[in-house]
Design a protein around this ligand. Structure first.
Ligand SMILES: [Fe+2]
Length: 255
């Protein structure tokens, strides 16, 4: 039985302690080789439809029929994320849904979608690497400023903070500071077969670019919106979905 389902308490406590203290937690060997292979075949089929350019699928409708949608809907997996949420915050998530995303960075358009630093709308992010480049200088490492903010009590403050950070100017400034060594994020080389947990709402993060000729495909599972049900949260989700559609359209134009 995969440890992703109905996690036992000792493991849940270890993961939350790692997320709190080192900024991320790793569950090694969480995805069986056959399951990983099936996910790669799914990505292959869809990558071909997108002219080998960047694409992202947000939510169950876009991922309909995939193993990623099945995992997101599995009660045992939801129970695992719920346990991590409870241990991390002392309370249950207001909404128990898991929100799955597939991101596939490849081709020239993939470079534009890299280094896009942001905070997630949900507290817990689980990253499941599917295809990760193994050669070259830049391999799409996860770049993290772990636990760089608290959960905001006011949703409006959250939105203003995100607007100030998640724009082209701020991202360029941040990148320049990283390149000069003034800011030192955690660089995480992610390995398919493992899964990675971090507090996505609290940790500014992005992926490093990789060469246009290679593919970086990852699944993300989001859980626990601290501002659940607010108009602003629904707006952020809509904007993310629109951004994903625009990126796909751009990629198709250039394919
Ligand atoms: Fe994210």
């Amino acid at each position: 039985m995969s440890p992703l389902y109905n996690i036992d308490d000792a493991l849940a406590q270890r993961l939350v302690a790692d997320m709190n203290h080192q900024g991320h937690a790793v569950l090694e060997g969480a995805i069986a080789p056959a399951a990983l292979q099936a996910l790669r075949e799914y990505v292959d089929a869809h990558a071909a439809r997108h002219g080998k350019q960047y694409f992202a699928y947000h939510g169950y409708q876009a991922l309909d029929g995939s193993a990623l949608a099945q995992l997101g809907l599995a009660a045992g997996f939801r129970a695992t994320l719920a346990r991590l949420h409870e241990l991390g915050t002392g309370k249950a998530a207001a909404e128990p849904q898991v929100f799955p995303v597939l991101r596939c960075v490849q081709g020239g358009s993939g470079q534009k979608e890299s280094n896009a630093f942001h905070y997630d709308a949900t507290l817990i992010t689980m990253l499941l690497p599917i295809n990760i480049p193994t050669e070259g200088e830049q391999r799409g490492d996860l770049v993290l400023f772990p636990n760089s903010r608290r959960v905001r009590g006011n949703v409006l403050f959250n939105v203003i903070e995100k607007a100030l950070l998640q724009n082209t100017f701020s991202r360029r400034l941040l990148l320049a500071c990283i390149e000069r060594g003034w800011l030192k994020p955690t660089l995480l080389r992610i390995v398919p077969g493992n899964v990675y947990f971090f507090w996505g709402y609290r940790s500014l993060h992005a992926n490093q670019p990789c060469a246009p000729s290679v593919r970086r495909a990852t699944a993300l599972f989001h859980y626990g919106d601290p501002h659940a049900g607010s108009f602003t949260t629904r707006l952020i989700l809509k904007l993310n979905q629109r951004r994903a559609r625009r990126a796909v359209a751009r990629a198709t134009d250039t394919a």
